[in-house]
Design a protein around this ligand. Structure first.
Ligand SMILES: Cc1cc2nc3c(=O)[nH]c(=O)nc-3n(C[C@H](O)[C@H](O)[C@H](O)COP(=O)(O)OP(=O)(O)OC[C@H]3O[C@@H](n4cnc5c(N)ncnc54)[C@H](O)[C@@H]3O)c2cc1C
Length: 380
């Protein structure tokens, strides 16, 4: 067993950490206050070749793989979970294209995405289909050389800012009754709905979409008709859950760093509060949560790089790291006492950001269902 990162991965971590502590850290307050999407950051990350990390080299990416991606998202989320989330959904929007896209789709879209000139996302969720995506009601009907899409999507990250969207719609009945389409935001009948107002992840756009007789050329179908669940759920299970887990890792790390700093600096009764055993217990629990999350997350990402089946491992990593982020952010606020509730201290942001990592890409209950299914067959 090798628990070492490669020199290239260490270098990547260093360079992303520098970028995050500089350019992203300078933007955080503005994002918190305005909820504006930091376009300049994405352009800069495109120039630095960060955006193309999951895109094959022949289409302009660096193709560094899933382990490197986990490092990247952890480092981004350590400074801003909103930017970590934005990068994660971007990769999730790209995955169906790299894994199921036709050669012409890849040539047309991947180079621009790799440079950060365009943003991508995936839109599955609807009011009637969240944890159970088969509850969606958006329809796609083939009419000659194009499909006509009708329906509404909700809670779509980057929904109002992505140029390229992978949209799941119903084309029939039963599990093969779903298809995935690549939709450009300029297609006729593609409309934006409400922008969601979130209490966390400020600066990471979440919005509703409406397709009203939206015309999608036939060649924009991803894979074959009936492949929709496979195309979308493969990405969500392995790329989406990994990304959310990576965001959890970053938040835990940030909570631990802020808590240690505060506990060493806050003097009460003539000594730093870090000398109280009660505070040390909280710090040690956070430390253990960080290391346990890291092991699960990096192992699952490594498995995907080895092309091993890893859906249960991703579910475990996602469940553990995001729940741990919530636990740790609560402890971080507690360690800060009243200061933890004040906007000047970052732990209130970690607390608000951590909670939403649980719902996106499948709630904790859904991850437990995935794990139980495997355990019940593996250990009988
Ligand atoms: C900030 C944010 C960003 C998002 N980004 C995207 C995106 O980019 N693209 C996209 O398609 N979607 C996105 N989503 C949607 C997200 O994937 C869904 O919110 C999630 O799948 C849960 O669906 P739901 O909100 O409808 O909750 P529901 O499915 O209504 O669940 C409600 C509760 O019931 C529980 N529950 C549901 N089914 C079961 C079951 N079988 N057994 C036990 N408990 C169950 C859930 O765990 C939860 O506690 C985003 C959501 C958020 C909040």
């Amino acid at each position: 067993m090798d628990f070492q990162f490669s020199p290239q991965q260490e270098l990547l971590r260093k360079s992303i950490r520098e970028f995050a502590e500089g350019a992203i850290a300078r933007k955080v307050q503005h994002m918190e206050e305005t909820d504006e999407v930091p376009w300049d950051l994405y352009k800069e990350m495109g120039k630095q070749l960060y955006m193309g990390i999951m895109i094959p080299k022949e289409y302009g990416g660096t193709n560094l793989g899933n382990l490197s991606r986990m490092i990247m998202i952890e480092e981004l989320a350590r400074v801003s979970a909103a930017v970590g989330m934005a990068m994660q959904i971007f990769h999730l929007g790209i995955a169906p294209l790299t894994d199921f896209g036709s050669e012409s789709q890849k040539k047309k879209y991947l180079p621009g995405l790799a440079k950060g000139e365009n943003l991508a996302t995936i839109a599955v969720t609807e009011a009637t289909g969240g944890s159970d995506p088969t509850g969606i009601q958006t329809t796609a009907k083939l009419e000659g050389d194009h499909y006509v899409l009708n329906g509404r999507k909700c809670f779509i990250t980057h929904g109002h800012v992505a140029d390229v969207l992978i949209i799941m719609a119903k084309t029939g009945e039963g599990p093969k009754g779903f298809s995935a389409f690549l939709v450009e935001n300029s297609f006729p009948g593609f409309k934006l709905g409400r922008k969601e107002r979130k209490f966390g992840l400020r600066g990471c756009n979440t919005g509703e979409l409406a397709m009203e007789n939206c015309i999608v050329p036939r060649e924009y179908l991803m894979g074959n008709e009936g492949d929709g669940l496979k195309v979308c759920m493969a990405g969500i299970s392995e790329v989406g859950r990994a990304g959310m887990a990576g965001c959890g890792l970053g938040v835990i790390q940030a909570c631990l760093e802020a808590s240690v700093k505060f506990a060493n600096e806050r003097i009460l009764g003539g000594k730093p509060i870090s000398q109280h055993q009660a505070i040390q217990w909280m710090i040690s629990d956070m430390y253990m949560d960080l290391e346990a999350s890291r092991l699960l997350c990096y192992r699952a990402a490594w498995m995907r790089d080895q092309k091993m089946r890893c859906d249960t491992d991703m579910a475990m990593a996602k469940y553990y790291a995001t729940e741990a982020a919530v636990r740790c952010s609560k402890k971080a606020v507690d360690i800060h006492g009243g200061y933890g509730y004040m906007m000047e201290y970052p732990v209130q942001r970690y607390y608000r950001d951590a909670e939403i990592l649980i719902a996106s890409a499948g709630t904790s209950e859904i991850q437990r269902i995935v794990m139980a299914r495997k355990a019940l067959t593996s250990f009988k």
